[in-house]
Write a protein of this length. Structure first.
Ligand code: GTR
Length: 327
């Protein structure tokens, strides 16, 4: 009898504890969910993890970021939609996807737009970059910061590319983006829009001959195993962007918003350093794996995209000139 009594007392005690009786309980933390197509260790995610550490420290753990890697919440297009609708708090995506929502951002994905990294970051950190991020607000998005994503080049399973003509007839995957599809078409190849997570299967099945991306993505996606020719044409340096849902943003206190946006700015330097190291490491591993790298006739590539560029010069009148001035 005594035993049964003790058991009941124990149960009542546990229930009381879990219901919070007798103890001052701090409110549950705000957990912001953030999607990424890459895996932990990739610099985009590491940038967001650094941001999470800063935010946790500065809010005493009240606000935290939980990352959902490897497209686990869906492809980038749906991530952007979910963040817009307020179904997801944050998304780290390529600028290419956001340019489908806000066409002005498309200027940042044009080929050979930036002379070098200094020029690019002058633009991104300067008035043009700030205005482009701020403009996202009308689409229910908050652009927290840009991230580095190196230079994109073509790679394929058939042959090295030295001149634009070498691309003729190749079926090349592009990000689901009108600008990227047009660019590839203007170079004589056939663009095939496919979500990032499905490219490896398409390459292995021979549905496409190649794709275009930066060195870290070429390595971590495993595409190098099936498309061994990587030709450094460096046609675009498309920044990544960290998006926050405007709906979730408005639910935060003003002081917390300031903490998050300041920390996001601070995370950029860290992310850029991570990128530089990661890119080198990936390149070494790709060389060890026997990938074939080659430089291209850059002048021929620049000449080949000139007509394409002229069309967009009209579309992005004013913006392109401001970007050129920031050299
Ligand atoms: C990567 C980028 C991803 C994704 C991918 C792609 O470089 O980090 O966000 O956009 O390219 O080509 O789909």
């Amino acid at each position: 009898m005594k035993k049964v009594y003790g058991l009941w007392l124990g149960i009542i005690f546990l229930v009381a504890i879990s219901a919070g009786f007798g103890a001052a309980r701090s409110p549950a933390p705000i957990v912001l969910r953030c999607a990424d197509v890459h895996a932990f260790g990739y610099p985009t995610i590491e940038g967001v993890r650094y941001l999470d550490q800063l935010v946790r420290k500065r809010t005493g753990g009240r606000i935290q970021i939980k990352i959902y890697p490897e497209s686990s919440l869906g492809p980038e297009k749906s991530v952007v939609e979910m963040v817009k609708l307020g179904l997801l708090d944050m998304g780290r995506v390529s600028m290419t996807e956001v340019a489908e929502v806000d066409y002005r951002l498309g200027v940042l994905i044009l080929p050979y737009l930036f002379e070098n990294d200094d020029h690019k970051w002058n633009v991104l950190n300067g008035p043009v970059g700030k205005a482009l991020l701020a403009g996202l607000s009308q689409y229910n998005l908050i652009g927290l910061c840009f991230q580095e994503a190196g230079y994109r080049s073509f790679y394929n399973s058939k042959r090295p590319i030295y001149r634009p003509e070498d691309l003729k007839g190749l079926k090349l995957r592009v990000q689901p983006s009108r600008i990227m599809a047009k660019l590839v078409e203007s170079l004589g190849a056939s663009p095939v829009p496919i979500n990032y997570g499905e490219v490896y299967a398409a390459l292995s099945a021979g549905v496409i001959d190649g794709a275009e991306n930066n060195i870290p993505s070429y390595y971590t996606s495993g595409h190098y195993r099936v498309a061994r020719y990587f030709s450094f044409d460096r046609h675009a340096s498309i920044p990544e962007v960290l998006l926050f849902s405007k709906k979730a943003w408005m639910n935060l206190k003003e002081a917390d918003r300031r903490i998050i946006s300041n920390a996001a700015q601070e995370s950029v330097d860290y992310q850029r350093r991570q990128w530089a190291q990661f890119e080198k490491d990936c390149y070494r591993k790709l060389e060890d794996a026997g990938c074939q790298f080659n430089e291209v006739d850059l002048e021929a590539f620049k000449a080949a995209v000139a007509p394409f560029y002229r069309d967009y010069r009209e579309k992005y009148r004013g913006l392109i000139e401001s970007i050129e001035k920031a050299r």
